[in-house]
Design a protein. Structure first.
Length: 109
């Protein structure tokens, strides 16, 4: 089938006026499509900026925690200290380790 024959095919070129009118009604409303696409792009850019801000805040919090750990360590050589001096480490030393309870399997799966 040649390109010219393809363009004359009923799927491409309507056979009657009724088919042509029906196809023009079923076209995508470009105004609504543009609004939808603009809203989609705006949401995507908002989510990107939001994720970047979240990562930045997380990094700042992590840096602050490292500084606090270095300041609170009783060792004179805090940055070179092989042991971390955290409250969570001290809690682990005080309490005995307990075995984790296994979850029951669901009857659905």
């Amino acid at each position: 089938m040649t390109a010219a024959e393809c363009l004359l095919h009923p799927w491409i070129k309507p056979l009657s006026r009724k088919q042509a009118l029906n196809r023009s009604r079923s076209c995508i409303n470009m105004r609504n499509f543009r609004k939808f696409n603009a809203r989609r792009k705006w949401k995507l850019s908002y989510n990107t900026v939001s994720a970047c801000n979240r990562l930045c805040r997380t990094r700042l919090l992590c840096d602050l925690r490292k500084e606090d750990e270095e300041l609170s360590c009783p060792c004179p050589a805090a940055p070179l200290c092989p042991q971390r001096c955290c409250e969570s480490d001290q809690e682990e030393e005080r309490s005995p380790h307990t075995a984790l309870l296994r979850r029951r399997r669901s009857s659905c799966s």
